[in-house]
Design a protein. Sequence first.
Length: 355
Amino acid sequence: MKALVLSGGSGTRLRPFSHSMPKQLIPIANRPVLEHVVDGILRLGVTDIGIVVGDRAAEIEAALGDGSRHGARLTYIRQDQPRGLAHCVAIAQDFLGDDDFVMYLGDNMLPQGVGEVAQDFHEHRPAVQVAVHKVADPRAFGVAETTPDGTVLRLVEKPREPRSDLALIGVYFFTPAIHRAVAAIRPSARGELEITDAIQWLVAHGEPVRATEYAGYWRDTGRVEDVLECNREILGGLSREVAGEVDSASEIIGTVVVEAGARVVRSRIEGPAVIGADSVVSDSHIGPHTSIGRDCAISRTDIAYSITLDGARVVGARRLHGSVIGRAATVTTPDHPAGLRSLVVGDHARIEVAA
């Protein structure tokens, strides 16, 4: 079995960060989303992975390399512009050959893995096995109508009047039958080859298609609020590790990771939290569910449920919460009790807040 990861989207909902980095490289617990995706695929025992990339290909390749450090073999497949998920399958056909494969959206977080979906696929071996999850508003998703035993009767993309609350969540297991379906469909009204149309074509032609309801944590990291929520979830699964330097005037509480080369000076760190390599936290309070990236400088700051990306500098910011500070960005504020609540600051920005 092979894997196909789709990483060519532009990520307009994640601006300003997607202006300066691929959305799939936004860090969750100090690791790019794509690394979490690759980890999930490796847990299935799949090591031959194709990654569909767009105009940010160089940045993704620089981040992941050839996959050897992860125990994988990565092949990059260029898509000239977003043309739909089924188009990704079409351009990857030479890589996929006649193998079964799992297709995974590159901005999806499923930390518990999709082993149960894979097991259903191997046990029943339908033409397609899709992962679905109950959602409050199915109108924003591809929706599966199923029988009680998981047989898919119909798939509809973003239905106005959904007959089901089972949304497709971006993980699909395919046999080579999908290539015949992709070749048969035509672009949708929005000009894209829809994977739901290809799967529905198989249903209409009598091919078995099944759904597995995914019971674990799932989040699409398409918006800043989703990134923060994913960060909270992943930090909750970390183990305490203090490899950096923590002085005697500091306090470490709960599950905290202090990476090698980091220094904590006269500060209080409440887990779950991670302090990235070579960062310095001084005279500060780092609250729960916070990731401090690498090479950051955090001084006289009170921050919780937030992310600072690599190289960020935050000075004198009190009561920051639900904030994301971009790479090499600088935030300086006077010390005052009222403080700030939430900031979203893009890469390399400089923000000075007056008293």
